[in-house]
Design a protein around this ligand. Sequence first.
Ligand code: ADP
Ligand code: ZN
Length: 629
Amino acid sequence: MKDALKRYFGYEAFRPLQEEIIGRVLNGKDCLVLMPTGGGKSLCFQLPAIISDGVALAVSPLISLMKDQVDALRTNGIEADFINSTVPPAEINRIMQSAKNGKLKVLYIAPERLSVPGFENFLRTLRISLIAIDEAHCISEWGHDFRPDYRNLRSLRQKFPTIPIIALTATATAKVRGDIVMQLGLDSPQIFISSFNRPNLSYAVIPKKNALRSIRALLDTHKGESAIIYCFSRGDTEKVAEQLAQYGFKTAVYHAGLTAPVRQRNQERFIRDEVDIMVATIAFGMGIDKPDVRLVIHHSLPKSIEGYYQETGRAGRDGLPAECVLLFSYADKFKQDFFINKTEDTAEQKNMREKLDEVVRYGNLATCRRRFLLRYFNENYGETVCGNCDVCEPSLKEVATNDTPDEIGSRSRVPNRTSYGELSEKLEYDMALFEQLRALRTQEATAMKVPPYVVFGDKTLREMATFFPQSVKALLQITGVGDKKCAQFGETFLTVIHRYAQEHDLHEKTRQNGADATTIIRTDVKPVYPGSTHDETRQLLLKKMSIDEIAKCRGLACGTIISHIETVTAVDPLVDIAHLKPSHDRLKMIAAAFTQSKGTALAPVRQILGESYSYDELRVARIFILHRP
Ligand code: ADP
Ligand code: ZN
């Protein structure tokens, strides 16, 4: 299994539960898998499909996704195809023939296909290895996305009694869960429920005062990266998109008022990285599995926590840090109250009101937001502080609340500034090389007519820009580089990396399997612009002033000064801050606590060390630990 994982997908290790689930399927047993978006559900049926004889049937309602999924499999060297209403009949015949001939490992079908006369007979001619039912909650009327066509699936268990069924979903309450098992007729299924925590997502709520300014500040820290902005109404989406476009941001809009072809086109442009920012109503999102969305902003209050979690869940599917920011105002609540009051059904009205109240509670929390979200879904989060929400880590708010518009443009992008997740996720990469590799990826993808992420994900490119692989062997060590992709793209990417490494006198770094990638190297980061607030702090630093002195001198809070120093040191590793260094003994204690907490968040470290270490001291120490190894 491990071998196939590396060879086909280029991954080193399984994510939680994947191995158990795959084992179960390979044993021919049914199971139900509940995993959050981005948890890695697809692999749970794709890997057993590769290992087993025959073809796996993957049922999915998301027709628009099938092509991308199939392209992604093929790029990894796995024979796959799809049949749905968009495929012309002659083509369907060809695909059916190649399935019969045992040429396919995975065949995607839409659920309505099962009611097409003759299709079941065709299925009987196949050697089916397993049946995967994606978005399995669609079978339940209790779920939020009931699809009558899913009822067709009931017959599968009877027609194919010995073939394992694996049902997968990202959203299921206990009631829906029971319904899925019953409706599909799963045979003593094992139910795998993974944690719904998404540690790589940071959560923040900021007051909606000057929405445009906050949004711009946030987007400025994610230049050239993908972001989604959810708005309340069609009018809002148009307005926000237009305002952002005036500032030079590349935006597209998506709402139910647009014609289907326009919506489709805009979605496509977003998926293919032709525009960075999608400004949308909640109509947007189902059927999007773009893995590299780095920022999800809610311009207005969501209607429910369920909705909020689902929408924010579209961020960071690739496991890399991503931000979720809610712009909070009571005016927006009152706007929703107005609509709720117009609802005729009183039970429904009460329900809507309760859901909205929970959202307001979320906005007003004085305790960890992650904990609240997980509790809402009945999950007991073990920690009281997560270190990656604005309550646990107030610096997460700063970008959107502190800056004046003039400084915003000068804020340099520091990849992990906003999310100090697991150390193993903390890659500090060469940004200029990364940009070159991204351009190369887009070029390859365009030639192949697939979305850029199908070629290589951001994580893969970031690792390349960290380790500078110079040989096929080294390239194969990079996450996401399997045999097929290495053969197909290896030379092209190696050439660019090699040239860049030579120009900048960089050398290949060994990537030890499974080891944390904490190497720090940056040859090209945007400067801290002269005259910016960061620069002012830097100038005073150079005069060897202490943090207190700088704060007093500038009339700013110490915390603000520290965040300037965080930025300045991340951008310029050579700036001399030796005079801020904590004493040897304290630094040693703090470093040990960071290691013990296996992360870079402050709160767990403070728990270990106790009150005699202030947050400010820990933050400063962290700079020395991260940037001055
Ligand atoms: P889901 O369907 O649960 O939303 P996906 O199957 O799309 O999630 O997986 C999310 C991302 O995680 C994809 O980019 C996928 O390639 C990646 N992924 C899945 N399993 C692993 C793994 N074991 N190691 C590294 N990346 C993985
Ligand atoms: Zn928290």
